[in-house]
Write a protein that binds this ligand. Structure first.
Ligand code: SF4
Length: 335
């Protein structure tokens, strides 16, 4: 599982295609073009104003369908736009990344992920076969507008036909970015074959570069194998190489700076991700997690931190959202 990061696409522009097909026209554009860039609270607020219009649009569409069916006509052919709609949630956000877990097994036992003795593993015939994975990707790309694929597990390198799976997907989708989240054990032997098969890049799950901490966290003394795997991935061109780390209070939080220094030195991108309550050992506690603010503070003791262009864009967007909220509230009071 490697501490999954929320990666669903949230591109407001993408989602605007969805309802335009249902209604078209000024209101349709406003509803669909406006909602996806809002936060959940904004969506709820705006939905108060939009619900009637959405009903009007939907009702208009229903009437057209009902009318056509009532007249004994053939059902209309599926609009190409309905396929473009893709995977859209109730807030209008469009998911364009697909994450496929290829196997449940793993060769580590991270304390926050798996119990010491593993799990009741699935039988081989219960896993998706190579053909099924390829078919699933085909449907996702061709029907639901998926534009990026991530392979994960368990540990995907444990799957014996991993190279063949990637090659088969690549042969159908020459331009699809295919990433893999891995703990890197065994990557030393497979990195080149994976790159040749069409893997684009890897994310490495690594919470510590100190042997003892790594062994404590993963219940396996295998840091050396991870590090040579990471090196092989970089040499094979599976880049940009990203490192995903989970910080846990009193366990590896004091090592956050070492991890960052190592990533900077090797030109890897480091992401501290959420310590989720997967709770393999039933001992997750909120007090054991390390917040983003604390992480910044920890790193700030050793590094000069500055906002990136992306951070500035987020700040600007938040300010705009506040302004829009204020305007919407004024409108509500006025109306
Ligand atoms: S490396 Fe294995 S045990 Fe650790 S988080 Fe990933 S899947 Fe779970």
């Amino acid at each position: 599982m490697h501490g999954a990061v929320a990666e669903a696409g949230e591109d407001g522009g993408e989602a605007s295609d969805v309802l335009l097909d249902a209604g078209s026209g000024r209101w349709g554009w406003w509803v669909t073009g406006g909602v996806p860039v809002f936060t959940r609270g904004d969506v709820q607020l705006v939905s108060l104003f939009c619900r009637a219009w959405v009903r009007r649009i939907a009702g208009h569409e229903d009437k057209r369908i009902h009318h056509a069916e009532g007249a004994g006509a053939e059902p209309p052919p599926a609009s190409p736009h309905s396929l473009d709609a893709g995977l859209v949630d109730q807030f209008g956000r469009r998911a364009t990344d697909l994450r496929i877990s290829l196997i449940d097994k793993c060769n580590l036992r991270c304390t926050y992920c798996m119990p010491e003795n593993g799990l009741p593993w699935l039988k081989k015939e219960q896993l998706m076969s190579l053909d099924e994975v390829v078919r699933l990707v085909r449907i996702a790309v061709e029907t639901f507008g998926v534009r990026e694929l991530r392979l994960t597990g368990g540990e995907p390198l444990v799957r014996h036909d991993l190279v063949d799976v990637i090659a088969a997907i690549r042969s159908e989708h020459p331009d699809l970015p295919i990433a893999m989240t891995t703990n890197a054990i065994g990557l030393e032997r497979k990195a080149e074959a994976l790159a040749d098969a069409g893997l684009t890049r890897v994310n490495i799950s690594l919470d510590s570069i100190h042997r003892e901490t790594f062994a404590q966290l993963t219940r396996r003394d295998q840091l050396e194998k991870v590090l040579v795997g990471v090196e092989a991935a970089a040499e094979a061109g599976l880049t940009p190489l990203k490192v995903n780390a989970v910080l846990m209070r009193g366990i590896n939080d004091a090592e956050a700076g070492d991890l960052l220094a190592w990533c900077l030195e090797n030109d890897f991108e480091l992401r501290f991700i959420e310590h989720m309550p997967l709770d393999a050992d039933q001992n997750w506690k909120r007090e054991g997690t390390v917040s983003a603010a604390e992480t910044r503070e920890l790193l700030g003791e050793r590094f000069d931190l500055a906002p990136t262009d992306e951070d500035r864009a987020v700040l600007l967007r938040s300010a705009l959202m506040c302004l829009i909220r204020a305007l919407a509230l004024c409108w509500a009071v006025w109306a």
